[in-house]
Write a protein of this length. Structure first.
Lengths: 318, 306
């Protein structure tokens, strides 16, 4: 359409075809833009401002006149016991977040890969099986988290306790989610259980697009099933595995609900999103909370930039 | 397997023979893997539904009851029957959740259709910039936004004199902000797959852009609109954090906040929590299964933040 409009004058205030199209485009997109800008981009910028000011419950109604305190909020976060590294038994939220994000993303991808390989084989009822495999991902987090909490109940009537006690693997019931060291692994397993369907779908879509002739060629060369998997499937999946890893890591890093509902951030499972919440809404130090969130965001941006520059570029080249 | 003419004594042997002929290592591993996945996925859901039908005695017993002796509705009565001792008035929470999730889905579909039409069909400066900017939203954690939103809305409410806390409309707007970027992205990609010759012809015949959207684009885009609608509904229905921060009054609670409250009640009643969770989960699963074909494509195409 725009070929009709004269190229020398493209003011959007004119009455040319192009100018009218541009005005229409902005009119159509304006409501979306206003909502996203007003409720996501502006707050994100505003939270940078908050992180440099002393904002508590007392001056929340007059937040624009909050006293400027420079990097004090950041210093307070970095020296906070809950944030910093205190050895392996008290890893602190910073290290816990990194450890848990990577561990659960890797486990999620592994589960997803196995599930995708299973569902890539044709069998009766595969469509239904696919649907069922997605249940953990679509079900509300609150219901599945509470079911898990109850399965892991510390009383003898908890299912895991009952099973392990009947198998004589433990003698007395254990409080799994209230045991340091164990709790974080349970959170990681929960995350893998809940999010593997996403990885599975991404991988499955790629698996079904792999050219069969590659496998035939490998068979001619005398490759067995394992070699086919290693030298045909995995290289073909590299890009989708990399992209899924990045997306999942990003979302896991930011995740609040899952950990909050499972452990409340206790017993060595305190991560940065939960810490942000606690600073802001338990001790009502919004400046410190915002500073925590900014630290989190900075780490994330640096990581993603590095990842995209190094890993994805290498994947493109090869 | 065995046919009718054979004697009964042969049958198990025949069956074993058949099985031995059929089974091999790959098949065995495949069946085992599938079984483990099914058990792992379905057991928590089975536990949720079955527990909601247990009696208080079965809930409190020393060992877990795997199969309830009968389908008891005690938990559901507590949720809905006003004559019960621990009446939860859960119906009101369901209404609240619907009042939030349905408008969110409808408004998101309408606004993102308009926006996506612009980004897919019209040429304007900053179009690619805007589409890429949408992806940046993936970066911002909800906990990061909740602090400035809380402060901002407190200011705005003072100026305009409305209540931020316990206001479901505020909640709808925050959910829209969360869902519109994904919706816009998904629909733009979809519109780009529809050839635009018909639209061009209609424009030449004198249709306005709105007529084109209404008469041509929308009918062609129905599957994508359903996908976006169901996703936004599911996100709003499942959302926990924003509702947790913005709702303080029991009467305004949405379902997730109500479940959290029942769970943290001083006298633990897991069967009631499980009944409420079942009521919350069933519509989502049913919706998902009914529209699975559309939804799976959407999942891999744009990715739903979660």
């Amino acid at each position: 359409m725009s070929t009709v409009s004269p190229p020398q004058k493209r003011s959007i205030f004119g009455n040319t075809m192009h100018a009218r199209e541009v005005r229409l485009a902005w009119a159509l997109i304006l409501p979306t833009f206003l909502i996203v800008f007003g409720l996501i981009l502006f707050p994100a910028i505003f939270s940078v401002w908050i992180s440099f000011h002393k904002v508590g419950l007392n001056n929340l109604n007059d937040v624009l006149h909050a006293p400027f305190i420079g990097f004090d909020n950041y210093k307070a976060v970095f020296s906070d016991f809950a944030f910093k590294w205190n050895g392996f038994s008290q890893m602190g939220a910073a290290v816990t977040t990194v450890f848990y994000s990577f561990a659960s993303t890797i486990l999620t991808l592994l589960f997803g890969l196995v599930a995708a390989l299973l569902l890539n084989r044709p069998f009766k009822g595969r469509g239904l099986a696919r649907g069922i495999f997605l249940f953990p991902y679509v079900a509300p987090v609150i219901s599945v988290a509470f079911v898990w909490r109850w399965l892991l109940d510390p009383r003898p009537s908890g299912v895991l306790n009952h099973v392990l006690m009947s198998l004589n693997m433990i003698e007395a019931p254990k409080a799994y989610l209230a045991t340091r060291g164990l709790a974080i692994w349970l959170v990681i397993i929960f995350q893998a259980w809940r999010y593997f369907p996403f990885a599975m779908l991404m991988i499955l879509a790629r698996l079904q697009a792999i050219d069969d002739t590659l496998y035939e060629a490998a068979a001619v060369d005398g490759a067995n099933a394992w070699q086919k998997f290693l030298y045909v499937t995995i290289p073909e999946l590299r890009y989708v595995l990399g992209a899924t890893f990045l997306l999942r890591l990003l979302w896991t890093f930011n995740k609040f609900d899952d950990i909050w509902l499972l452990t409340g951030g206790g017993y060595g499972t305190n991560v940065l999103p939960v810490l942000t919440y606690q600073f802001s809404f338990n001790s009502y130090d919004f400046g410190k909370g915002a500073a925590t969130a900014m630290i989190m965001l900075t780490a994330l941006v640096v990581f993603i930039a590095a990842y995209v520059l190094i890993v994805m570029r290498n994947a493109d080249e090869s | 397997m065995s046919t009718k003419q054979e004697s009964n004594g042969d049958r198990p042997l025949r069956f074993l023979d058949h099985l031995a002929g059929w089974i091999n290592w790959p098949r065995f591993l495949f069946a085992l893997g599938l079984f483990i996945f099914f058990a792992m996925i379905l057991f928590p859901f089975y536990w949720m539904v079955s527990s909601s039908f247990k009696s208080p005695a079965e809930i409190a017993s020393r060992t877990p009851v795997y199969i309830p002796s009968q389908l008891r509705l005690d938990a559901y009565k507590e949720l809905f029957d006003a004559n019960q001792a621990h009446f939860q008035n859960f119906g009101a929470n369901i209404v609240n959740s619907i009042l939030v999730a349905v408008p969110t889905a409808l408004i998101a579909v309408i606004l993102s259709t308009l926006g996506a039409y612009a980004t897919a069909r019209l040429r304007f400066k900053g179009r690619e910039w805007m589409l890429n900017g949408v992806l940046v939203v993936y970066l911002f954690p909800a906990v990061l936004l909740i602090i400035p939103l809380f402060a901002m809305l407190a200011q705005i409410s003072q100026v305009f004199g409305f209540e931020v806390q316990d206001n479901l409309v505020v909640l709808i707007f925050t959910y829209l902000a969360q869902t519109l970027p994904v919706a816009l992205y998904m629909l733009t990609n979809y519109f780009r797959t529809i050839p635009d010759e018909i639209e061009q012809a209609a424009l030449i015949d004198g249709c306005t852009r709105f007529e084109v959207i209404w008469r041509i684009v929308l009918p062609l885009a129905v599957p994508a609109l359903i996908t976006v609608g169901i996703y936004t509904f599911m996100i709003a229905w499942n959302e926990f954090l924003y509702a947790f921060i913005f709702l303080n009054d029991r009467a305004a609670f949405t379902i997730p906040i109500k479940i959290n409250t029942i769970f943290n009640d001083p006298s633990p009643r897991p069967h009631v929590v499980m009944a409420a969770s079942t009521i919350m989960t069933v519509p989502v699963i049913v919706l998902f299964l009914a529209f699975e074909k559309f939804l799976e494509r959407g999942l891999t195409a744009g990715g739903v933040k979660g």
